[in-house]
Design a protein around this ligand. Structure first.
Ligand code: HEM
Length: 172
């Protein structure tokens, strides 16, 4: 008989990993594929693509990031048996708290600089005759930088996940 506690852990782990892939995978795809493809388009095609892409990105990225963090925290509390001694007093707990702080920083930066810039860019793209080329260029640069920073934070968080799951490495 499989124990209920094992099933709960598997379900939490499954959704945590799935949303984590959806979040950091999308950032990776944005930096590695979309950014390059958009750079090769003529301005009219780029504008039309961005008008359709940005509203989707504005929902998809915060949604997948929030779900990764929610399932990550649930898994952390569950595997740590809701016991403060395990959650904050062990190397395992400390690694995961570090990951949580970095994930919250990535989320906040993504919302303020990434999604914030995307909303402003979209506003300009939807203007009848936009004369704010330099402003849009600066916003695009800010959006790109926030994506690069979040990708870097994502790599560090994944490294922490690898350390957290190597229980023998942590002396557990
Ligand atoms: C960029 C965000 C994140 C990604 C891509 C991610 C991905 C992963 C992956 C791939 C695993 C390995 C699962 C396994 O081998 O069984 C894992 C484990 C885990 N993650 Fe995350 N994670 C992220 C953020 C977080 C956050 C913010 C927390 C909250 C504390 C968290 C909590 C956990 C826990 C508790 C485990 C299981 C550790 C263990 O088995 O000892 N994760 N994560």
């Amino acid at each position: 008989m499989v124990e209920a506690s094992a099933v709960i852990a598997v379900v939490l782990r499954f959704f945590h990993i799935m949303f984590g892939i959806a979040w950091i995978g999308a950032v990776m795809y944005g930096v590695g594929v979309l950014r390059r493809a958009l750079g090769k388009m003529d301005p009219a095609a780029r504008k039309e693509t961005m008008k359709r892409l940005l509203p989707v990105v504005e929902r998809y990225l915060p949604g997948s990031a929030a779900m990764t963090i929610i399932f990550g925290v649930a898994l952390y509390l569950y595997l740590g048996s809701f016991d403060p001694e395990i959650l904050v007093g062990t190397p395992w707990g400390k690694v995961l708290i570090t990951a949580l702080v970095l994930a919250l920083v990535a989320f906040a930066l993504g919302m303020i600089f990434g999604i914030g810039s995307a909303r402003k860019i979209l506003g300009h793209l939807n203007e009848e005759a936009c004369t704010h080329g330099p402003e849009v260029g600066a916003l695009q640069k800010r959006f790109n930088i926030s994506q690069f920073v979040n990708l870097g934070l994502g790599f560090v968080i994944i490294a922490l996940m690898v350390v957290a799951t190597e229980h023998s490495f942590l002396g557990l």
